[in-house]
Structures are given as C-alpha cells and as structure tokens.
Design a protein around this ligand. Structure first.
Ligand SMILES: [Zn+2]
Length: 172
C-alpha cells in the first residue's frame, strides 16, 4: 500500500501530475505518515458533472482532499517553517490544510476555535456590553421579574432573545 509518506516523497521528487489530487483513507484528523494515501486524477461525468474517483480508489477507502498544488505548497511551507525537510512538519500542515482550509503561521499550532466557540464568545461580548440590569424598571416580557438593560424595555436575557431571535445561551 502507498502511504502519505510515499506521497510526500513523490511531491518532493516532483513525480506528480498537474491534475493530481491527494486521496487519503479515513478521517483527516487521524492522518499520519503511515495512513494509506495516493495521488490520482478524478474524472467528471459528462452528463451529471459528478466526480468519479480513479479506478480502485473507492475500494481502498480513499477520498479526495486537496489538489497537488495545495499539497506541494503545504510541504514547501512546512520546509520553510522547520528550516529543513521534515516530513512530520509536512504531515502537520497537510492535516491542518485538509481540516481547516488554511495554512497556520507556525508549526505545532492547536486547532482553531470551532464556529460554536466563536459564536459563544461573540454572544458573551454582546450580552456583557448591555451592562447591568436596572431593577427600578421591570422587564416587559410576561412573567419576567428582572430589571431592564440600558436603552431596552427588556432584561438582558429577553433583550438578547428579542434581537438575536434565538434562546439566550447563558445562565446569568
Ligand atoms: Zn426579562
């Protein structure tokens, strides 16, 4: 079987084709130098424009990830960051590119925050900016006994839900 290490060596030796794509087996998050991988040229069905994998690839559990340009750029970037030809560094950057569609600025970076984490952070900032609730005025939502935040007729929670149109994600 051919592994990602073989593929990296082929790219380093320029034994590739402009039309090649990197195919890997399994989840990109689990990618190692020993993961089964190969280079192949997908074909396209003339009628449906659907991608057709190279012969034998589906049987090996291979699926397409990034094109050979992106692949060799990732390896070059890893070489530049590591100052040598370090296949482990190349692996890290290839795995990162497949998962996050970008190259990191340095080696050994952790995963970027997920969309959920970023959204939660923005929600927290938004609700913190609303400031304290003024308990001298009562929230206008039926049954709510909290005070109102500045420039609103609602408490923090109900102002958030009124503006954002989804449930308040915090407990305060
Ligand atoms: Zn309220």
């Amino acid at each position: 079987m051919t592994t990602l290490l073989h593929v990296i060596q082929r790219v380093r030796n320029r034994q590739t084709d402009d039309e090649h794509w990197l195919y890997i087996a399994g989840d990109a998050a689990d990618l190692t130098l020993d993961t089964e991988a190969d280079l192949g040229c997908p074909e396209f069905d003339e009628d449906t424009d659907e991608e057709i994998d190279p012969p034998g690839f589906p049987e090996r559990g291979l699926r397409s990830t990034i094109d050979v340009d992106t692949l060799s750029h990732s390896i070059e970037w890893a070489d530049r960051l590591s100052g040598t030809k370090d296949d482990s560094a190349a692996l890290d950057l290839i795995r990162y590119y497949i998962r996050f569609d970008a190259l990191p600025e340095t080696l050994n970076v952790s995963d970027p925050p997920s969309v959920d984490v970023v959204l939660r952070r923005l929600d927290r900032e938004f609700s913190d900016k609303l400031g304290p609730e003024d308990s001298s005025k009562q929230c206008r939502r039926d049954g709510c006994e909290r005070g109102v935040v500045k420039l609103s007729v609602f408490c923090r929670r109900h102002h958030f839900e009124n503006i954002r149109n989804r449930p308040y994600p915090f407990d305060d």
